[in-house]
Design a protein. Structure first.
Ligand SMILES: Nc1ncnc2c1ncn2[C@@H]1O[C@H](COP(=O)(O)OP(=O)(O)O)[C@@H](O)[C@H]1O
Ligand SMILES: [Mg+2]
Lengths: 262, 201
């Protein structure tokens, strides 16, 4: 398990420069088929085959991890921006944000990935060439809305006295938000965010609907050739990732607790 | 000198503060006593700019630019900052002097708790942190909303001692429903009921 974690992190670090194979220049519609999978030759050593398939799945899981991190890094702050919209004093902006949140949260992520991938081509005749980019955009938008709702809940549950104490001390609204409120909103959001983050790592597999060759797409490729075990094997990668995420989040939560002397 | 004239504030049909006028000399301590719902907190909130008055004026030395400080009934300390962090946050962010922070903590008897977080303090210590935080900005008028309502008799005595210590050096308004506690502290007392203020001689 530890070795596997090491492999995942290592392969991610090695590819952090951002060269993912899914972003190649295949034509627009023709790209939505399974990739090529070499038939396992009969004289391949079982161990060599295991090694080859492990590396292949790992190569696919790298894409899942890229989607995971890019989504987190962009959607966590973006969610806060949407929260400001949801709680804005301007009624039209507030309604607009509410409708967007409702649409995004109320529809399947898979559909959203399709929409981001196909709609630019259908509407503006500029097809989305980069399938990975399409998936990333859909993920970031989708998760921003979920995070926004979590932040909104935490913000609405803030004791009014915290804002008032800041105001009475002569602090501007911006200073009150960044120096008094934000920390408490983050602290009160971590449990809910933690759940979403676990969902996110599992959701990353949906990128295969636009043929991003992530881990499940590869495992499915083997299954289509009559080799089922890589499909089950891919489970290990997910469980390893969720174990690491749970560990890190637990640590983060303890750290936030310590920051208030608890 | 604080001069409050014809102050009015309604919430819907409730006249929380109904045409209240009074003056308070520099260095004096005023206690406002009255039943719950009488409008005491609303007066303090108006003075501190947390509510906008429907009518009336609040002047310090004839100007509207005077400063108020407020010690909240439930303290409203910032949980992520230590005692020292709580009391220096505003002056740090406002780029004001905060070199007197430890001196003020000494005054309220909290110096040895300066690195504790609010979650690690007793009710009385939280109250004293809140007092120290308000004192840091050296407001013209310092307001207390029910400073002893959440404290047991022994802690109440401690806070009364601190108030007595501050007496004369600061201009203070204390709001309370506990008449006995404030008798000794106040130079003037007034009763607030149904939004009306009347003097109690
Ligand atoms: N924000 C508010 N909205 C509506 N009514 C309020 C509000 N604040 C105070 N009131 C009402 O104003 C009256 C005076 O309240 P308050 O000033 O809190 O009294 P006290 O502090 O003397 O107990 C009460 O009837 C209370 O219900
Ligand atoms: Mg009150």
């Amino acid at each position: 398990m530890v070795f596997l974690c090491f492999l995942i992190v290592g392969s991610f670090a090695a590819n952090a420069a951002g060269t993912y194979e899914a972003a190649d220049e295949e034509p627009f519609m023709g790209s939505l088929q399974q990739g090529d999978f070499t038939l396992p030759s009969d004289n391949e050593e079982p161990l060599a085959r295991f090694r080859r398939i492990t590396l292949d799945l790992l190569d696919g899981f790298r894409l899942n991890i890229v989607i995971f991190f890019v989504t987190l890094v962009l959607a966590l702050p973006l969610g806060m921006v949407v929260t400001f919209g949801l709680m804005s004093k301007l009624a039209p902006l507030r309604s607009f944000c509410k409708i967007i949140v409702w649409i995004v949260r109320g529809s399947p992520l898979m559909l959203q990935i399709f929409i981001v991938f196909f709609v630019p081509g259908l509407l503006f005749d500029t097809p989305m060439r980069d399938r990975m980019l399409a998936a990333l955009i859909a993920f970031v938008i989708n998760y921003s809305m979920f995070f926004a709702e979590i932040y909104r809940g935490a913000l609405e549950n803030m004791p009014k006295g915290q804002f008032e104490a800041g105001k009475v001390l002569g602090l501007s609204k911006v200073k009150v938000f960044f120096h008094i409120i934000l920390f408490q909103v983050i602290k009160n959001s971590t449990a809910a965010i933690g759940n979403e983050v676990i969902n996110l790592i599992k959701d990353t597999s949906l990128a295969r609907v636009v043929a991003v060759s992530e881990i499940l797409m590869r495992a499915q490729g083997y299954a289509n050739l009559g080799m089922i075990w890589p499909l089950f094997y891919s489970l290990v990668f997910y469980l390893a990732a969720t174990a690491i995420i749970t560990l890190l989040f637990g640590r983060f939560e303890r750290r936030l607790k310590r920051a208030t002397g608890e | 000198m604080l001069q409050v004239s014809n102050l009015c504030k309604s919430f819907g049909t409730v006249k929380a503060v109904d045409n209240v006028s009074f003056t308070l000399e520099k260095g004096q301590t005023l206690a406002i006593i009255g039943p719950s719902g009488g409008g005491k907190s609303t007066i303090l909130r108006l003075l501190n700019g947390l509510e906008q008055p429907d009518n009336g004026s609040i002047l310090i030395n004839g100007k509207t630019s005077g400063t108020f400080g407020l010690v909240f009934q439930d303290y409203n300390l910032f949980p992520q900052y230590t005692v020292l962090g709580n009391i220096t946050l505003a002056p740090r962010l406002l780029k004001k002097d905060y070199s007197h922070a430890e001196e003020i903590l000494e005054k309220v008897g909290l110096l040895e708790k300066k690195n504790n977080y609010p979650s690690q303090l007793s009710g009385g210590q939280k109250q004293r942190t809140a007092i120290a935080r308000a004192l840091m900005l050296e407001p013209d008028i310092l307001c207390f909303d029910e400073p002893t309502s959440a404290l047991d008799p022994k802690l109440t005595e401690e806070i009364v001692d601190i108030l007595n210590e501050m007496k004369g050096k600061h201009t203070i308004i204390i709001v309370t429903h506990d008449m006995d506690v404030m008798r000794g502290v106040a130079d003037k007392t007034a009763v607030m009921d149904g939004g009306k203020l009347r003097w109690d001689e």
